[in-house]
Design a protein. Sequence first.
Length: 235
Amino acid sequence: MRILPKSCFACGAIFGSIPSDVTGARRMAGQVVLLGGSFDPVHNGHLIVARAVAEECGFGRVWLVPAASPPHKPPTRASGEHRLAMLRLAIEDEDLFDVCDVELRRKGPSYTLETLRTLRLAHGPDAELVWIIGADMLAGLANWHHADEVLDMARIVIAARPPWTDRMDEILTGMAGHLRADHVSRLRGSVVETPLVELSSSDVRRRVSTGRSIRYMVPESVNVYIRKNKLYVPY
């Protein structure tokens, strides 16, 4: 497991070697691939989808970016410190994944644009920034903070699991009046079909709060951490 140095530019380690277990992995100079989220907690669905996208697109590494204060969601149940610790445990001994804590180090709402600006400063103008989102987030993309700037700064890759795969054309067509035509065109070419994994962080929290097992839903190290720290139990 790689522990990040105390720097918001820690994602610079992206230029390391390519993991041998990523099918067809190919590296583009200065490519930084990120998957943001609350990760409250991280679960196996996050990892399965991220790996599927990496294998399909040939990404050598995916950085998981826990949000400090998600602007479009209620406050997280677990603290940033706990969520970061669980992510690090979840990817222990995984060459494909790493964790970037840039948003946890920043005060205020965790706007994707601010994160991209930080990474642009760290990596320079020639780095390709790639941001992975779930298909369920696509319809609301036009409402993101300065969405056009986000789309100018990063390539957005859409992880689409069934039944979202059948709705992509409808959703993207509906975005035509809200985003620039070139942005919608780029989004159409960046849809990756991923496995259907019926897992959610809210399901994990609900099961913990009612005393049910979350084994096989989260990495075992995360399961142990949740129990040890009494996370998600009723107040």
